[in-house]
Design a protein around this ligand. Structure first.
Ligand SMILES: O=P(O)(O)OC[C@H]1O[C@H](O)[C@H](O)[C@@H](O)[C@@H]1O
Length: 326
């Protein structure tokens, strides 16, 4: 028999057993963080786009985000799905404005971000004091700086800035926060938006609530202004609405009579509700399968009805907390 004096004791005391830790996988194009309880998030460095977020009570975690089967993930165009980050302009830029030369939705979703690292935390949930199960969370930080822009992009938007985007995963929530710092000598104006594509069962039985009484611009109806009369926004055709200066902080996505997601805005006054529906979905080269518009809805928290003004040396922070109710 082989003598193995250094073999660790098989009956080590429980207290010294290693605690399960957050797993981080980095394949040089994306970062995936997995909690010991199985929830996970993947962030593509291209655009710092969240491309997957899985959670749920059982061992089999469920995908919360919709990503097109034809989404382009190689950095040559923005990702059709997940959470693309829109900065410093939402939509087509206005004429005669500092953003006029930028592409639709700006440059942040088109550039490779830097992974800055992770921080983890643990909290003990209720139960007997100190002995309940442990809840882990992990925060992934990503950075984009004016120096990361091409010369052409720097000419198109000639400001010095630093962006830090923090994606925090905990048991049933995903928080995404953007910190914007003006590092230059000139003040600038920007818009930002978190273009979240939620995966849903069926658009026909889905409603968006929490927008009652809010004024919106209907981009499908020639940018006309309306007030949201009903509590539930239902989608039965192409929908593209900018809900502005919303007093309530939470917007919910309800499937049938069951709440499915809560979107809690932090320092973001507006929300865009978008579904391309049948014809527009079929016309988009990177939207697949064509019929999947029934399985997605975009509820996009942002600062888009106005501009955020940032003077030299100042910082601004805003974002969202998504809760998956499974
Ligand atoms: O095709 P994209 O540039 O990704 O934009 C997709 C959509 O984004 C937002 O929801 C806008 O309100 C829509 O007008 C736009 O069509």
């Amino acid at each position: 028999m082989v003598d193995r004096p250094n073999k660790p004791s098989a009956i080590a005391p429980a207290a010294s057993a290693p605690q399960p830790t957050v797993d981080i996988a980095d394949d040089n194009s994306s970062i995936t963080a997995t909690l010991p309880s199985g929830e996970n998030v993947t962030v593509l460095l291209h655009g710092a786009t969240v491309t997957s977020w899985k959670s749920g009570p059982g061992a089999e975690k469920k995908e919360n985000l919709w990503v097109s089967e034809k989404a382009v993930l190689d950095g040559s165009k923005p990702v059709r799905g997940g959470i693309p980050l829109v900065f410093p302009i939402f939509g087509a830029p206005p004429a005669n404005h500092a953003t006029s030369k930028l592409p639709q939705h700006g440059f942040a979703r088109n550039l490779r971000w830097e992974y800055l690292g992770k921080s983890t935390s643990e909290s003990t949930t209720s139960g007997d004091a100190g002995t309940g199960p442990t809840d882990n969370s992990v925060k992934l930080d990503f950075g984009l700086y004016s120096a990361n822009l091409t010369d052409e992009q720097q000419d198109q938007w000639p400001y010095d800035f630093g962006l830090v985007y923090s994606v925090t995963l905990s048991r049933d929530t995903l928080q995404t926060m953007l910190n914007v710092r003006n590092e230059g000598q000139l003040g600038f104006d920007f818009q930002m938006l978190l273009h979240t594509y939620f995966r849903i069962g069926d658009i026909g039985s889905t409603a968006i609530t929490g927008l009652s009484g809010v004024t919106y611009t209907d981009k499908v109806l020639n940018a006309t202004e309306h007030a949201q009369a009903e509590n539930a926004v239902r989608i039965a055709g192409e929908t593209d609405r900018v809900y502005k200066r919303i007093p309530q902080s939470t917007t919910s996505i309800v499937e049938g009579d069951k709440p499915r997601f809560d979107v809690v805005r932090d320092n973001l006054p507006d929300t865009v509700v978008w579904n391309p529906f049948k014809e527009k979905a079929a016309a988009m080269a990177d939207f697949a399968p064509d019929g999947d518009y029934v399985h997605m809805v975009c509820v996009e928290a942002g600062y888009v009805s106005d501009w955020v003004r940032l003077e030299p040396g100042d910082t601004w922070e805003g974002g969202q907390r998504l809760r998956s109710l499974l």
